[in-house]
Design a protein around this ligand. Structure first.
Ligand code: DQA
Length: 151
């Protein structure tokens, strides 16, 4: 059974209390439960993590590249939070690790402030999902399976 790695970046530990009008009222623990169910439904094992530190996210992406090369990992769902809009280091890590990755945002970043319209992740992502609320995590897990299915 392969693993799906769901990575959450800065401030996502505050889900539930952080700007509920934008991000909803579900907590990160609720999102983890949702991902557990979506992973099980898709025959995958879940590895779910959150960090407020760019370097830690980079280390985890490197680790994911090795795990994918070893046939143990299907890919990564990444909500990089605000690092999406700033981090060339995360861009380089995804490219360097050669990992299959879906960029995810709870909110529709394109309908928000202009500084959220730029993503350093999109050019190195296999697909992008935004604006489906936290249910986007479940959709992204199912989407990753479809994208990586052997035809
Ligand atoms: C976010 C959107 C980002 O612009 C923001 O900085 C976040 C969350 C989202 O899930 O909608 O922290 O990635």
């Amino acid at each position: 059974m392969k693993t799906v790695l769901v990575l959450n970046g800065p401030n996502l530990n505050l889900l539930g209390t952080r700007e509920p009008a934008v991000y909803g009222s579900q907590t990160l623990a609720d999102v983890q439960d949702l991902c557990e169910r979506a992973s099980a439904a898709n025959g995958l094992k879940l590895d779910f993590r959150q960090s407020n530190h760019e370097g830690e996210l980079i280390d985890w992406i490197h680790e994911a590249g090795s795990q994918q090369a070893a046939g143990k990992l299907l890919g990564v769902i990444l909500n990089a939070g605000a690092y999406t809009h700033t981090s060339i280091a995360l861009h380089d890590a995804i490219k360097g690790a050669g990992v299959t990755l879906i960029e995810l945002h709870i909110s529709n970043v394109h309908a928000r402030e202009a500084f959220r319209h730029t993503s350093h992740i999109s050019p190195v992502a296999k697909a992008v999902m935004a604006g489906f609320g936290v249910n986007g995590y479940a959709l992204a897990i199912a989407g990753l399976v479809q994208l990586t299915e052997k035809k």
